[in-house]
Write a protein that binds this ligand. Structure first.
Ligand code: CU
Length: 346
């Protein structure tokens, strides 16, 4: 079969690109305990692409005790609340060059816990169980290979150091937490009860590079109680900052989350995903048009000031103004075109 039609090739290329893309950008969600609540903040859809409808997704869950009254259990629960086993990098994050190593020692606080861990971009998972019945040793080695962790399940006593060794020719990041994007609680130590009906929280969204911010309201997603959305279209790529403030059931909240390797992704330029033609971003055309218009205004102002060669200057000013206007119209048309492209894509 020599005939490979272009559509199949295009689809294949896109599939490969998407596969590469989803491995490179981990769906990382930052979880943080604030008083009696756990807040997980991310973009609504990741990867977040410039110019596409997205927004802030906030999941609020309660960490309040349910029914346990004896003190021993209370104490155990208290410590486990402080340790975030589920989020990416909640306990540890190690960056390893090719052949590099990273060590983490599990203190007595981890007694009786199972700590899930995973590595990027190999996307492999393992778990470390800490218990008094496990074999005694000072140090346990976990090798990271393309095929996975060796061993993927580690059983240690508190006080043991786990040494991760990168046996690959590429750098890797190993961290605690579950690989998947959804938080699946294992064991009773982590509460995942969504807190519904909060109307007293707002989010201040900041595009970090330009320091432009805006405060937005949250709306609860009634299909998933405890999940709140503040929709917006990110129009500039790069890292963002979400400051969640207000109160939950009377408790004051003021927490800031930023794009990073261990939290949520940055907004990526739409041209990364455009196919087959990469369009100029609307912001570029708009800025170009604005520049031309400003230049025209300056020329006109100069012309008004000049008294000697007033007529020529005014003429120049008018010409510049006309050029600026045509730039603005062209920019507008380009903006409309890229806009309608996006709509037809939907
Ligand atoms: Cu991760």
């Amino acid at each position: 079969m020599h005939l490979v039609n272009w559509r199949r090739r295009a689809v294949l290329l896109l599939t490969v690109l998407f596969a590469m893309f989803s491995t490179a950008t981990a769906l990382a969600h930052e979880g943080r305990d604030v008083g009696d609540y756990n807040l997980v903040v991310s973009f609504i859809s990741e990867p977040a692409v410039e110019g596409m409808l997205n927004g802030v997704l906030l999941s609020v869950s309660s960490l309040k005790d349910e029914g346990h009254s004896d003190t021993a259990t209370d104490h155990a629960d208290e410590t486990s609340h402080e340790i975030d086993l589920v989020s990416h990098g909640g306990v540890f994050v190690g960056e390893l060059d090719a052949g590099g190593q990273y060590e983490f020692t599990f203190s007595g606080d981890f007694e009786g816990m199972t700590v899930p861990f995973h590595a990027h971009p190999v996307e492999t998972e393992g778990s470390i169980m800490i218990g008094t019945d496990n074999p005694v040793s000072d140090e346990v080695v976990v090798e990271i290979r393309e095929s996975g962790f060796g061993p993927a399940m580690v059983m240690i006593q508190a006080g043991t150091t786990v040494r991760f060794e990168n046996r690959m020719t590429d750098p890797t990041v190993v961290m605690s937490g579950l690989l998947g994007e959804t938080v699946a609680s294992s064991g009773g130590s982590i509460a995942t009860d969504g807190v519904s009906g909060i109307r007293t929280l707002e989010v201040e969204v900041t595009h970090i590079a330009s320091e432009v911010s805006q405060t937005m309201d949250f709306e609860e997603d009634f299909i998933n109680p405890g999940q709140y959305k503040a929709e917006f279209i990110p129009t500039s790529p790069g890292p963002y900052r979400f400051r969640i403030f207000g109160e939950i059931e009377g408790q004051g909240i003021d927490e800031t989350f930023e794009s990073s390797n261990t939290t949520f992704d940055e907004v990526i330029s739409a041209s990364n995903l455009q196919f087959p033609v990469q369009l100029a971003a609307p912001r570029e055309t708009e800025n170009a048009a604005r520049g031309a218009f400003d230049a025209a205004s300056v020329a006109e102002a100069k012309a008004t000031d000049a008294s000697s060669s007033a007529s020529t200057a005014t003429l120049l000013g008018v010409v510049a103004l006309l050029l600026g206007l045509s730039g603005l119209i062209l920019g507008g048309l380009a903006f409309q075109r890229s806009g309608s492209k996006e709509w037809t894509k939907k």
